[in-house]
Design a protein around this ligand. Sequence first.
Ligand code: NAI
Ligand SMILES: O=C(O)C(=O)[C@H](O)COP(=O)(O)O
Length: 377
Amino acid sequence: MNIFYDENMPFAQEFFGDLGQLHAFVGRELTAQQVKSADVLFVRSITKVNQALLASNSTCQFVGTATIGVDHIDQTYLSKRGITFTAAPGCNAISVAEYVISALVVLAERYLIDLFSLTVGIVGGGNTGTRLSEKLSALGIKYLICDPLLAAKQKNNTKDQRYYSSLDDVLACDVISLHVPIVESGAQPTFHLLNEKRLKQLHEKQILINACRGEVIDNKALLALKKQGHGLKVVLDVWENEPNILHELITYTEISSAHIAGYSLEGKARGTEMLYQALCQQLNIPIEKHLSDFLPPSSITEVEINQPFEQILLNQLVKMVYDVRRDDGIFRETILSHGFDHIRKTYPARREFSAVKVSMTNQAKSDVPHRLGFLKK
Ligand SMILES: NC(=O)C1=CN([C@@H]2O[C@H](COP(=O)(O)OP(=O)(O)OC[C@H]3O[C@@H](n4cnc5c(N)ncnc54)[C@H](O)[C@@H]3O)[C@@H](O)[C@H]2O)C=CC1
Ligand SMILES: O=C(O)C(=O)[C@H](O)COP(=O)(O)O
């Protein structure tokens, strides 16, 4: 069995090595010719899987993407061809939520903002939006969620007790964090959800974070707004037209990065593991490998806290594991010389909060770090 996989997929050898012959490829460069003999094709978000890629392949039976987003996959075509498709929903949702928490911590420190007084508006209440809301809850930070699709399903889903707010209410919050897939048509499109009109309605003190898909914000309209001197604080992990992004916009952002919000080692590797599990199921063989067998320990494994939990401690704890300024620095320094994809390909190690055990002494009793995702010692 020929298994083709994106070279940027951690632990692919470990998970798939004994299931077939492995062929690594560069995500954005994969050609129909190259993939002609693939039985299994495992991609990440930068490979478009469609008729153009697979028309001359008669053997491919299984396509998987180690990502949450599926906008790069022509699922209608795969189903017409009878090719099984699987994705990795939720694999890097914690990583995205921790990116947003790190961005908030950094901005709060930069502008002397009391984090606990903010209200965060979450657009999209799926995996990433929910993980973020859980971390905000842990910190006692208020949030609203807008998700008209989940709101409509709520009548038939008694388990979902959340209150869903209107888009207008969410866009009026101190922080707006976007967590929707890119959808171009239908009743609830997200393409340019933040268009010129909505962007102009935002007020000077708001923070706007996009870690979902670049096209959810009209980037040209955002640039025009910022050039007029609007005070909106912008955090962009994703951009319109990646990898050929609107460079001029970078200067007007507080934090910029190269679509790496989901790039914790755990987040990427969980994607590989989920594809392995799906392939085992397809082949009707037992699941014998687990990500925990391969994950190395993080550089700091244990921390003891000796003072009551407050914002300054939150800053220290979060930045110890993941300081988003590192990625912002790399981005600003190397985007022009090395390009968007190089930054992603050479992404330095990053772990999730759960890679660090936190213990609290008697003076420090608090469950916040553990609810935020740190492990209990
Ligand atoms: N920057 C990065 O590295 C990453 C980006 N992503 C992006 O984030 C997106 C969201 O991820 P998940 O939360 O895991 O997906 P999900 O599918 O679990 O949740 C998305 C939610 O958005 C809601 N939604 C759809 N249209 C909406 C609209 N017009 N207004 C409000 N809500 C709407 C859906 O009902 C759903 O509940 C992914 O589709 C992907 O494009 C995901 C992972 C990493
Ligand atoms: O999971 C998703 O959806 C994402 O956006 C991924 O984190 C993007 O990573 P790549 O697939 O582009 O490596």
